[in-house]
Design a protein around this ligand. Structure first.
Ligand code: XMP
Ligand code: MG
Length: 176
């Protein structure tokens, strides 16, 4: 285990089993349809790779990098890197690492609907249900986790720990 990790919350085996389980459900829901996976950079990359192995529907990939800002206008979404694909008429499945306050996914979903996507659904690896400040639900959830800061499997602290094959809690001294 990495020296900075206090506790492993979700193991690699649990994540891969969950991806298989979610993949089956998603495949069924999108049967006979094309689906555009929209991964939110950078955190969703390992989860999207693992989940997509279990999708037998007609799947294409795209990515975007966004941030949601708190402040005067709490619903401000900054698009740092946009999609390469035109989403008009497409069935989109947003792939996210973690749903916390709900602002990021709320804003991204609104934006894709405004761009006239046919449908927009969300799959998130983790759901920090207690963190919610706006009403936002994912359509598919890997694991509901307590309100702790987690890293690994794509999730970072100052860009570190994304490579860890598990989701874990950082030691307190590493926040300093
Ligand atoms: P919302 O808008 O739902 O955004 O608050 C979720 C985004 O917040 C980040 N986030 C975390 N990143 N460990 C992380 O590494 C965490 O525990 C955590 N909680 C929230 C993350 O970037 C996510 O996309
Ligand atoms: Mg993220």
């Amino acid at each position: 285990m990495h020296k900075d990790i206090k506790e492993i919350l979700i193991t690699e085996e649990q994540i891969s089993a969950k991806c298989k389980e979610l993949g089956k459900i998603i495949d069924k829901d999108y049967e006979g349809k094309e689906v555009l996976l929209v991964g939110l950079l950078k955190g969703s990359v390992p989860f999207m790779a693992e989940l997509s192995k279990h999708l037998n529907s007609d799947v294409t990939f795209d990515y975007m990098n966004v941030s949601s800002y708190d402040g005067v206008e709490s619903k401000t979404l900054v698009v740092k890197q946009d999609l390469k694909e035109d989403v008009t008429g497409k069935n989109i499945l947003i792939v996210e690492d973690i749903l916390d306050t709900g602002k990021t996914l709320y804003n991204v979903k609104e934006m894709l609907l405004k761009r006239r996507a046919n449908s927009v659904k969300i799959v998130t690896m983790l759901d920090k249900a207690e963190g919610r400040v706006i009403d936002m639900k994912a359509d598919y959830i890997g694991f509901t986790i307590p309100n702790a800061f987690v890293v690994g499997y794509g999730l970072d602290f100052n860009e570190r720990y994304r490579q860890l094959p598990y989701v874990g809690i950082l030691k307190e001294e590493c926040y300093k």
